[in-house]
Design a protein around this ligand. Structure first.
Ligand SMILES: Cc1ncc(COP(=O)(O)O)c(C=O)c1O
Length: 156
């Protein structure tokens, strides 16, 4: 009888419950307040969140949306990304990233990551850009390249 590799190791992609447990009392209290108020869409809770989040990240305004996918889609639309544009993003991004890019009519281009930083690998980005004939980079962008059909890149 041969040796059998029977132990299976499962590496979870994410653990959203861990974050909940850290802030459990505050989250439970907020949910309770909303349910008790009977006001489930927008309202004072969302308004308070928008003000507090804007202050936290140091900006004048924040807008609460229904989901992370909505936030990504709106950010892309705010950058003017749409049909005919290429959006370069990392290959291990959330499915929502690709969904949002496709929702605005653009085409996602998945770029490999740097093995040390796990962020977008500039060399892989260069190679991906080189495979996009007729389009030219402009500027230096930390998060993701948005590649509009008019050739002007912006970050998202
Ligand atoms: C990095 C990232 N962005 C966006 C999303 C999408 O968020 P939602 O499920 O609220 O649309 C997810 C969801 O897992 C995510 O992990």
């Amino acid at each position: 009888m041969g040796t059998r590799l029977s132990q299976q190791i499962v590496v979870p992609q994410t653990d959203p419950k861990a974050n909940y447990l850290v802030h459990r009392a505050e989250i439970d209290a907020a949910i309770h307040r909303v349910l008790e108020s009977g006001w489930y869409i927008l309202g004072r809770e969302v308004e308070t969140f928008e003000h507090e989040f804007a202050a936290y990240v140091g900006v004048h305004h924040a807008i609460g949306v229904g989901s992370g996918t909505d936030a990504l889609e709106l950010a892309l639309r705010a950058c003017g990304v749409g049909s005919g544009d290429l959006v370069f993003t990392v290959s291990h991004t959330a499915v929502a990233t690709v969904a949002a890019i496709e929702l605005v009519g653009a085409t996602p281009v998945l770029v490999d990551i740097d093995p040390i930083t796990y962020t977008l690998d500039p060399n892989s980005l260069g190679a991906a850009l080189a495979r996009s004939p007729g389009r030219h980079a402009q500027g230096d962008y930390p998060c993701a390249f948005v590649w509009p059909s008019d050739g002007h890149a912006s970050d998202s």
